[in-house]
Design a protein around this ligand. Structure first.
Ligand code: PAF
Length: 279
């Protein structure tokens, strides 16, 4: 496995690899089984697998956890080596942003809702760094986790609108035994918060069950789920039943739905989602 820090060295390595069959998994490191699942999907799809590890300052707000974001490079590299990755790209901030990034990607309106409403500029930062990484790696396939449902939808939209010749694959959310979605941010939870955290997934699954049983008052379902979370100490950002294709509030005749939520336990903001198709 090659560990590469510069764009020039990455270009050389890709040129020497002679493979137009590349799958790419962008990450911010602190890798867990969820990331390794995305790597396994990439390996099924392509001969050459490239993983990037870059904590992207552009996607963090001023009040967010950029400085404290867990950086575990040595452990991440060992995991990627064991997973059979070919190239790990670990650029510095200066390598990714040699000058101020004055040109940025502004995603469609779907990026201003849900997480985009409370994290101003977040998806501009995500789309911009992903476009830069796509241009550096030039993959045919890129793999994103479904836990970040809105992020994956925005990337798919960007790929389509800019005619990027990249096939985007979404990997299922990996969960702990008690249902909590795997996330680097779970490490911030205290023992008591960790015990409480699976409730987020449970309230979303409950909404899905009720919709399958023909509950049609989506506002009431959302409000009930939010108050259940609040009763247990969560600060709820949103719980919303959306149309999966647009991420707009679901209408009663939309069939492919995603129930999305973001809420804080203590200082830790968790997100999760649950997809369902109405029959
Ligand atoms: O999901 C992430 O880890 C990041 O948002 C990504 C896609 C690597 C861009 O920095």
């Amino acid at each position: 496995m090659q560990i590469i820090e510069t764009v020039a060295a990455l270009r050389d390595a890709l040129h020497l690899a002679h493979s137009q069959n590349r799958a790419f998994v962008p990450t911010m490191g602190n890798l867990h089984a969820g990331h390794l699942h995305l790597v396994a999907l990439a390996k099924q799809q392509a001969k050459l697998v490239i993983v990037s590890i870059f904590v992207n300052p552009l996607q963090f707000g001023a009040q967010e956890d950029l400085a404290n974001y867990p950086r575990t490079l040595a452990a991440d590299i060992a995991k990627l080596q064991a997973a059979g990755v070919d190239i790990v790209f670990t650029p510095t901030v200066a390598e990714m942003y040699p000058s101020v990034q004055t040109m940025t990607v502004h995603p469609s309106a779907m990026a201003n809702r849900l997480c985009g409403a409370s994290r101003t500029g977040h998806f501009v930062g995500v789309a911009t760094v992903v476009l830069k990484l796509f241009n550096m790696v030039q993959p045919q396939i890129a793999v994103f986790g479904q836990k970040d449902f809105q992020q994956a939808a925005i990337i798919k939209d960007m790929v389509q609108q800019f005619n990027l010749p990249i096939h985007i694959i979404s990997g299922n959310t990996m969960r702990e035994a008690d249902g909590l979605a795997m996330s680097s941010r779970n490490a911030y939870l205290t023992a008591a918060e960790r015990a409480e955290a699976p409730r987020l997934q449970k309230v979303l699954a409950e909404i899905a069950t009720q919709i399958k049983q023909n509950a049609g008052d989506y506002s009431a379902l959302q409000a009930r789920a939010a108050s259940q979370l609040k009763e247990h100490g969560w600060r709820v950002d949103y719980v919303e039943i959306c149309a999966a294709h647009s991420l707009l509030p679901a209408q009663i005749d939309d069939r492919d739905l995603v129930i999305v939520a973001a809420a804080k336990l203590g200082n830790t903001r968790l997100i999760d989602n649950c997809t369902l198709t109405k029959t």
